[in-house]
Design a protein around this ligand. Structure first.
Ligand SMILES: *[C@@H]1O[C@H](CO)[C@@H](O)[C@H](O)[C@H]1NC(C)=O
Ligand SMILES: *[C@@H]1O[C@H](CO)[C@@H](O)[C@H](O)[C@H]1NC(C)=O
Ligand SMILES: *[C@@H]1O[C@H](CO)[C@@H](O)[C@H](O)[C@H]1NC(C)=O
Length: 619
């Protein structure tokens, strides 16, 4: 009897003990189980012949649940079956009209609208790789992005006609077929495509057209600003697409949920974690053209949204909106995304109710990712033993002064102790591949770090400084090198400085990101050396910026220097400049501020500085 009692007490106490000694035991167990499930599914998809893709998953939902609402957008809604039919029309029109075959690439330049979805699906049905162009970029950058994916067809939304016409002479020279989603188009070299689509059959194209697609085939190109130069096309294979897609199911999104997506679909967060994640769950997507802080909760209420997708900036903007009585009147139970800071997280829960925030970390092209499945405020992920086995990553010592990893006497990198900040790197293996960038072996090579712990090993360099605490929580600290992040977009400093020095007025430019109180990320700033005898012309610089760079990439602040500081190898040094920021009390150089309203740069004043600091002047 007493043995039985002891056993009983033990059984009752066990969970309590576990909770005391290993507070995250059950979270870890649940997550590990999810990982195993996902790994098994991926193995099944990989080995089925032909392989099972997101497109197949979509078609299965169409079969199972044709009338289920798939997309809701600006007062209209489309069922799974309707989107399927519309995508068939795209397939058939493209097939009849463009000479493309399986394995070719077609570039899409579209805003966040439902046609984005059926164009991608329609092109995928022909076994094509779809290149997702960022609709904010123009001229040289746009051409560069289009060219590096090797597409011979460009499909553009009618609202982006000006952007297309601007680069049309070059596209014509390259014999690119340009299809505009307009009823008609009189411009020579641009074909109005709407009529062709309307006239096309809505019957599914033969499956044989995509029968050669494998799990390793490139499914998408998604553009990222890596460490240098113009944007690069990250190669997203079918397999990589599945991995990112599983994020929603790992977070516990169910088939009854309704998700709100206002992030751009040309990024991996909006497309893979948002859209294809939703397809995998077979749920309804409320799509929005652009994030709006004032409409966000109204939209959620109107459509009974249960899951929202975020980046850190969005959460902060929402917290900065005026408080309202119905802040907690909504059905949102979960927020999934990346980049929310601890203070915003707490504020968000206080304001909008006790919903579950599922924060994760990962780069579009990266081979390492974390999920903060335990809901620890401020952390971007959690490490457990299985994860470490599946994904051999390390945090290594990094010298921010020289901007390179610290090497020991034998020339190998050094792991940082628990709780200290280091550079996140992840071993490139068959299981954790790094596909790199399309048509850019040098850029791909730059993201690789060799001879890290033993001679001959290769790691993916994330470019992120991170920290892991003694409980296994991962914290994002900072980005290294030549990019900064502003308004949810990564900006390559060299792309901005290339534009600046294209002006006769400017001899040298050193571009970097500076922190602004009350904002996520860093905003752009440039130190300029002017040509001998020239004066700074704020209006001219503004005009150039406006024409060639998206608003998030334009330097907010400019300082004029006699000479730019360089290292012995003539690299511009940024550390001091970053620390000094844009405070007129510290910076002795001439200092300018970009004033959108006046379309020029104006001299920085203490008043401007103070109102930015207090948050009165919005950037
Ligand atoms: C698939 O590959 C085979 C063998 O390489 C080739 O003969 C066939 O034409 C390909 N199919 C398509 C649709 O490209
Ligand atoms: C939202 O849910 C409420 C109550 O469950 C229901 O009455 C309403 O019709 C739903 N709205 C939409 C747009 O589905
Ligand atoms: C150049 O950098 C050094 C060391 O960081 C600093 O002492 C010096 O003031 C800088 N010179 C200029 C012109 O900024």
């Amino acid at each position: 009897m007493s043995v039985f009692l002891t056993l009983l007490v033990g059984l009752v106490l066990l969970p309590v003990l576990l909770r005391l000694c290993f507070p995250y035991f059950w979270d870890d167990m649940r997550y590990v189980l999810q990982m195993v499930k996902v790994a098994l599914r991926l193995r099944r998809y990989r080995s089925s012949d032909p392989c099972y893709t997101i497109l197949d998953c979509f078609l299965d939902t169409v079969k199972r649940n044709p009338e289920k609402k798939f997309l809701i957008f600006e007062g209209e809604s489309y069922s799974y079956a309707e989107v399927d039919r519309l995508s068939n029309k795209v397939s058939n029109a493209v097939r009849a009209f463009c000479s493309v075959k399986e394995g070719d690439t077609v570039a899409l330049l579209l805003g966040n609208e439902p046609s984005f979805v059926w164009f991608w699906l329609g092109l995928s049905k022909l076994g094509l790789t779809v290149s997702l162009l960022n609709h904010n970029i123009r001229s040289k950058s746009l051409l560069h992005c289009f060219n590096c994916c090797g597409a011979s067809v460009l499909i553009a939304g009618e609202d982006l006609r000006d952007a297309v016409e601007e680069v049309l002479p070059v596209l014509k020279e390259q014999k690119v077929m340009v299809l505009l989603l307009a009823d008609r188009c009189d411009v020579d070299g641009i074909i109005g495509f709407n009529e062709k689509i309307k006239a096309a059959s809505d019957k599914p194209p033969p499956i044989s057209l995509r029968s050669n697609v494998t799990i390793k085939s490139p499914a998408l190109y998604i553009y990222t600003s890596g460490t240098t130069g113009l944007p690069k096309a990250a190669v997203i294979s079918q397999e990589r697409m599945w991995l990112a897609t599983f994020f929603q199911s790992m977070c516990g999104v169910t088939s009854d949920d309704i998700i709100y997506i206002c992030l751009p679909l040309y990024h991996s967060s909006g497309f893979l974690m948002g859209l294809t994640g939703a397809i995998e769950r077979g749920i309804t997507v409320v799509l929005r053209r652009k994030f709006s802080a004032s409409q966000f909760w109204n939209d959620c209420r109107k459509h009974n949204v249960t899951v929202i997708q975020y980046i850190g900036e969005i959460m902060r903007y929402l917290c900065n909106t005026p408080k309202s009585e119905n802040d907690r009147v909504h059905k949102v139970r979960m927020a999934i995304g990346n980049g929310i800071r601890g203070d915003t997280w707490e504020e968000f829960l206080r304001r909008f109710g006790d919903l579950c925030i599922c924060e994760c970390y990962g780069a579009t092209e990266g081979n390492v990712g974390f999920v903060n499945y335990a809901g620890k405020i401020g952390a971007t992920g959690r490490v457990n033993a299985l994860l470490k086995l599946a994904m051999p990553f390390a945090l290594i010592k990094y010298n921010t002064e020289n901007e390179e990893p610290v090497r020991d006497s034998r020339g190998f990198c050094v792991e940082v102790p628990t709780g200290e900040t280091g550079l996140m790197v992840s071993k490139i293996t068959k299981q954790t591949p790094f596909r790199g960038y399309a048509n850019s072996p040098e850029q791909t090579e730059k993201k690789k770090l060799r001879n890290v712990f033993v001679k001959g090993d290769i790691y993916y360099n994330s470019g992120d400084l991170m920290k892991i605490d003694e409980h296994g929580f991962v914290y994002f600290q900072d980005r290294i090198g030549d990019t900064f992040r502003w308004k949810g977009e990564n900006v390559a400093t060299s792309e901005v400085s290339d534009v600046l020095i294209s002006m006769d007025l400017i001899e040298e430019a050193n571009v970097y990101g500076v922190k602004v109180p009350g904002h996520e990320g860093r905003t752009g700033m440039a130190a300029l050396k002017l040509m001998e005898g020239q004066n700074f012309d704020g209006a001219a610089v503004f005009e150039l910026m406006e024409n060639l760079l998206p608003s998030y990439a334009r330097p907010r602040f400019i300082r004029i220097q006699e000479a730019l500081n360089t290292t012995s190898t003539f690299k511009h040094t940024k550390k001091m400049l970053v620390e000094e920021g844009f405070d007129p009390n510290t910076v002795r150089d001439q200092l300018y501020f970009l004033l959108d309203a006046k379309k020029t740069y104006v001299p920085m004043t203490h008043d401007i500085f103070n109102s930015i600091k207090d948050g009165q002047l919005k950037l």
